[in-house]
Design a protein around this ligand. Structure first.
Ligand SMILES: C[S@@+](CC[C@H](N)C(=O)[O-])C[C@H]1O[C@@H](n2cnc3c(N)ncnc32)[C@H](O)[C@@H]1O
Length: 235
C-alpha cells in the first residue's frame, strides 16, 4: 500500500483539477467550506474579516485556504508536504495578500504560536494520523481563548467504510487507492471528548453523505460516514 506522502506527491500536479484523481476533496469542500464560512461569519460578525486570524492546518494545495482568503480573513496555511505548499503558493493570486503559506508541521507551529488564532481549521487531515490527541492538542494550543476550531473528518464505522471503499474508491474512483486507513479514522464522539479535554466545547456536529445520484454530498442525520464539527475554546 503506498504511503500518504507518495499518493499526494503522485497527484500533486492535479490538486486543483476538479475532475482529477483527487476529485473527492473538491466535492467534499463544496459542502464543508460554505459551512465553515457561515460559522466563522456568525462567530465574528462584529469583527472586520481582516482582523480575524485563521490557521488552516494541513492546507494541502490550498483549496480551502484560498476560499478563506477570498472571504477577507487573514489566513495562514501550513502543511508538512513542501510539494503541496508550492502548488498552493503557485496557485495563489497576487491580489490575495491576506494569505500566506508555510511548509511546517502543526507540532512546530504550536511551539511558537500559542493562542495566536481566532479560528483553526482542520479539514480532512485527522483521518491520516496515528496520534489524534497530540494533533488536536497542538491545534488547540494555537487557538486564542474564545476562538473557534472547525474540523472535517471521517467516522470510524464499518458500514460507512465499506460504502466508501466499494463505491467511492473502487467504482467511482473519486480518490486514489490507499488514501484512507480505517484505523486512522475517528468517530465524532471521540473527537468531541478529546476537544473537551483541551477545554473546547463542541457546539455542533453535522453528518453528511455522498449522494450517488447527484454526485454531490448532502447533509445527513448521522455522523458515521463524514462529518464536520465546530467547538469553542473556553475563555
Ligand atoms: C487530505 S489533505 C487535506 C487538504 C486540505 N485541508 C484541503 O481540504 O484541501 C491532508 C493534509 O494534511 C497534511 N498533514 C498531515 N499531518 C500534518 C501535520 N502534522 N502538520 C501539518 N500538516 C499535516 C498532509 O501533508 C496533507 O497535505
Amino acid at each position: 500500500m503506498p504511503e500518504l506522502d507518495e499518493i499526494y506527491a503522485t497527484n500533486s500536479s492535479t490538486w486543483w483539477n476538479e475532475n482529477g484523481p483527487l476529485k473527492l476533496i473538491h466535492v467534499t469542500n463544496d459542502i464543508v467550506v460554505p459551512y465553515y464560512l457561515d460559522v466563522i461569519c456568525q462567530r465574528f460578525s462584529k469583527t472586520s474579516p481582516i482582523n480575524v486570524k485563521l490557521l488552516d492546518v494541513g492546507c494541502g494545495g490550498g483549496l480551502c485556504t484560498e476560499k478563506f482568503g477570498e472571504a477577507g480573513y487573514s489566513v495562514i496555511g501550513i502543511d508538512i508536504n513542501p510539494d503541496l505548499i508550492n502548488i498552493a503558493k503557485n496557485h495563489l493570486h497576487s491580489s490575495l495578500r491576506n494569505v500566506s503559506y508555510y511548509t511546517e508541521s502543526i507540532e512546530t507551529h504550536a511551539e511558537n504560536n500559542a493562542e495566536k488564532y481566532d479560528v483553526v481549521v482542520i479539514n480532512f487531515v485527522i483521518q491520516h494520523l496515528t496520534d489524534h490527541e497530540v494533533f488536536v492538542r497542538n491545534c488547540v494550543e494555537c487557538l486564542k481563548p474564545g476562538g473557534t476550531v472547525l474540523i472535517g473528518a471521517l467516522g470510524k464505522n464499518t458500514g460507512a467504510w465499506l460504502m466508501r471503499k466499494i463505491y467511492i474508491e473502487k467504482m467511482l474512483k473519486l480518490f486514489p487507492p490507499g488514501l484512507y486507513d480505517y484505523n486512522r479514522c475517528i468517530n465524532a464522539s471521540d473527537l468531541e471528548s478529546m476537544l473537551k479535554k483541551y477545554k473546547c466545547k463542541t457546539q455542533e456536529t453535522r453528518g453528511f453523505f455522498y449522494n450517488f445520484l447527484t454526485g454531490k454530498f448532502g447533509w445527513f442525520p448521522s455522523s458515521m460516514g463524514y462529518y464536520v464539527l465546530y467547538a469553542i475554546k473556553k475563555d
